[in-house]
Design a protein around this ligand. Structure first.
Ligand SMILES: [Zn+2]
Ligand SMILES: [Zn+2]
Length: 88
């Protein structure tokens, strides 16, 4: 099972986030694996410019003040609880 690098949960589906877009000179090494909620959240909380200029490493994203509340919340949600919710 793949693991999200931001919330560290094992998830069924993983998405790839480009820390530095290819157009800006990023390579395939400048990517991180994220679960869907994490990926959606970082794009909702940050503009693309902020992501490229200020949050272009995994560590910076993890330390981002805006994400602390979300990260605490998501860490408590196991894959099981997400699965149960989806059935309803
Ligand atoms: Zn995640
Ligand atoms: Zn992304």
């Amino acid at each position: 099972m793949p693991r999200c690098q931001l919330c560290k949960r094992d998830v069924e589906q993983i998405t790839v986030h480009h820390l530095i877009p290819k157009q800006k000179g990023g390579t395939s090494e400048d990517t991180i694996n994220l679960c869907l909620p994490c990926h959606k959240t970082i794009h909702a909380y940050f503009t693309n410019t902020e992501l490229v200029q200020e949050y272009n490493t995994l560590q910076k994203l993890r330390d981002a003040e805006r994400l602390q509340k979300y990260l605490k919340w998501i860490a408590k949600r196991s894959i099981e609880s997400l699965k149960v919710r989806r059935k309803k």
